[in-house]
Design a protein around this ligand. Sequence first.
Ligand code: FE2
Length: 377
Amino acid sequence: MSHQSLPTNTAAATTDFLPLEGTDYVEFYVGNAKQAAHYYQTAFGFQALAYAGPETGLKDRVSYAVRQNKLTFLLTTPLRSGNPIADHIYKHGDGVKALALRVPNARSAWEETTKRGAVSYMEPVIMEDENGKVVMSGIHTYGETIHLFIERNQYNGAFMPGFRPWSNPYFKPTDTGLLYVDHCVGNVGWNQMNKWVSFYQDVMGFRNILSFDDSDISTEYSALMSKVMSNGNGFVKFPINEPAEGKKKSQVEEYLDFYNGEGCQHVALATNDIVATVTELRKRGVEFLQVPTTYYDDLFERVGSIEEDIAPLKELGILVDRDDEGYLLQLFSKPVEDRPTLFFEIIQRKGAKSFGKGNFKALFEAIEREQEQRGNL
Ligand code: FE2
């Protein structure tokens, strides 16, 4: 068995050169931000938060921020063709542009990472309004994806300078219990995984806490390899996948084909009550991968006793896996745009710090059934 679990808290560097306080927001470049914002409110239970566009002085784009608990999504669309946002959407379709990380000092984050080899996306910029100041900087990561560093400890406004509060008194969907970003997975090209593992290690000070190779993660077709990178306090975790040779096309390869390059494969959203959350999401039209009901036949033999009743898990298609520290419940959506690219994971951790390796086979077989229907297997 090649699965390795490495301790997260040994040999911690005496000084963390890139202290991270968690995910600040995830920015999506989308073809129609107004409708995407409506989708995340209606289907996922986010609330309207802030808006920027021509009315606030932006000439080339519109952005809507929506929030649920500690989760903030920013949906950005270009107002004209022939600019980097429009080009991004033409090439990749809708997808994740920025994984924005909250830092105590955005200038130091930029200096420390670019000093170690990161390619700058944006030098530190100070943005101010009547609610205070935000400092932002950014670096490139895999594909055309970026990390923004957000320093907002001197800011009290709704989102950030340049945005105005946005709400609709007639439209307030109830939340679905989604709490925060658990992890974000990147799909990278053939033989590129170790390059990006080194990037997160050397440039951002992350550690490799788990590894999977194709002996762990291969069904008949959907082979891939994965390494999970975590920052020191474990608040930010980035698994990196690359395709592996299988009989037919790997799911990572299908993503790379349709995204036209490397990018964010899925964002995992945490909940404290996955049965309630998934019940709501399904009711509101979010589509999930379906494993065969036989998955539940030997569930207790595989994961031991759990607190949840099996009936709602089976009805909703929620998967369970156990590691040395506890168990987790998880479920994966179908892609949330027409290209078979970005999807979401819903996850509830009950002690487990791993990523559901025991579910990979059942899941990947479900993914392959979908790939086959798309003619991409
Ligand atoms: Fe995941």
